[in-house]
Design a protein around this ligand. Structure first.
Ligand SMILES: [Zn+2]
Length: 392
């Protein structure tokens, strides 16, 4: 057992008990502390605030799962990562944060990044200033300790032209994901920071899935994801509100088409798709439009939730970035739907991470999941739930 260091004490959260820390050092609440590699990460035992996945009892209605996910997951001065961690805590939600690996690499070290089909050090998202690498590492650490999932949004976010991720081979995806894991695993060496706490997990073991940039390249990414033992992928370029199936051995959890109030067509459950429809992808518009658009985006998410809750109980996925497009209305929309869901006080709603959700899926009888997949969007079992799940 390692002695309790000052640093490990700083790593403790409200969920951890100092009393247990003096014990065996094997409890999963941040009290174990075994540095990994250069100390950028530390093995602190099992993740706190997790509950065991249980099989659905025959004759019961499945819970309504809601999964909020964040692409990029960097903390800038606007404090959006903090804002949504705080909101999640208030409403007992767990979320998935898809970290961009480059948010752990200083720009001065950008030659360490060798993106497939792009020049060394190139990136379509900006490198962070040191102060934002610091704030991001802090948020990622706290998020994990609070029970959220740290997934991946890869590195350079290339979505167009020859270098686009859409053209990458499985081997190139492997290079990209290995570099992403590498940047998260060695930030201490890359930054030289000596006053930032280690990440309290082994990212290579923690990583369970993620979302590709711009929902591109899934077909070629999946063989690599399977090879690395990942368990789900949230990059599908568009799905609907039905129960999921596996693709190339991974759970395929795409963003979903949901009702779009005021339109006959539906919209994908992501901020970018709302933006594309409301302001033709312009990120600033006439502020006079913002209140109406905010209301429309919120109502769309609420309608998506309600349709699943009232009918087939398909899990509901929302994807978002930490952005301030159109005055921040899409951030407000995510907050709005989360607060709406919470206000229903329904004991059969679970706001969880993708990781927790696939744990639940893997705990179920595959025959039950196959039966659930037969329920189309907005349909419930004609024989009633009790009969539908009674025996499979
Ligand atoms: Zn993105």
């Amino acid at each position: 057992m390692r002695p309790i260091t000052r640093r490990s004490l700083l790593g403790l959260t409200a969920g951890a008990t100092l009393g247990a820390a003096a014990g065996c050092g094997l409890v999963g609440d941040g009290t174990k502390d075994v540095p990994i590699g250069d100390g950028s990460m530390s093995d602190t035992g099992p993740q706190p605030h997790q509950t065991a996945a249980e099989r659905l009892e025959p004759g019961r209605k499945p819970p309504q799962f809601v999964i909020f996910s964040w692409d990029g997951a960097g903390e800038l001065d606007n404090g959006l990562f903090t804002r949504f961690r705080t909101l999640a805590k208030e409403h007992d939600a767990k979320m998935s944060f898809f970290l961009s690996g480059l948010y752990c690499l200083p720009e001065a070290k950008k030659d360490q990044y060798r993106p497939p089909n792009n020049p060394v050090g190139a990136s379509d998202i900006g490198y962070f200033k040191d102060e934002h690498i610091r704030t991001t590492l802090e948020q990622v650490r706290l998020a994990w300790l609070e029970g959220h999932e740290i997934g991946t949004h890869f590195n350079g976010h290339f979505c167009s032209g020859y270098g686009s991720v859409a053209n990458w081979t499985p081997e190139q995806w492997e290079s990209e994901i290995e570099q992403a894991i590498g940047f998260v695993s060695t930030w201490k060496t890359a930054t030289g920071f000596t006053d930032v706490a280690s990440l309290p997990f082994d990212y290579r073991k923690e990583l369970t899935g993620g979302r590709t940039p711009c929902l591109l390249g899934q077909e070629q990414w999946l063989p690599t994801a399977a090879k690395l033992g990942l368990r789900y992928d949230a990059s599908g370029p568009g799905g609907s509100q039905i129960w999921p199936s596996k693709k190339q051995g991974l759970w395929d959890l795409p963003l979903q088409l949901i009702p779009f109030p005021g339109h006959r067509f539906e919209v994908l459950s992501m901020d970018y798709n709302m933006l594309a429809n409301q302001s033709h992808a312009a990120t600033t518009s006439d502020p006079g439009n913002y209140p109406g658009w905010r209301e429309q985006a919120t109502a769309s998410y609420i309608a998506g939730f309600q349709r699943a809750y009232d009918t087939n109980r398909a899990p509901f996925y929302i994807g978002n970035h930490f952005e301030q497009w159109n005055g921040g209305i899409y951030m407000d929309a995510v907050q709005g739907v989360l607060e709406y869901i919470s206000s229903q006080n329904a004991d059969d709603v679970r706001m969880v991470s993708f990781k927790q959700y696939v744990d639940w899926l893997d705990a179920q009888d595959p025959a039950l999941l196959a039966r659930l997949r037969t329920l189309e969007v907005g349909r419930q079992p004609t024989e009633g739930w009790a009969e539908f799940t009674k025996s499979v």
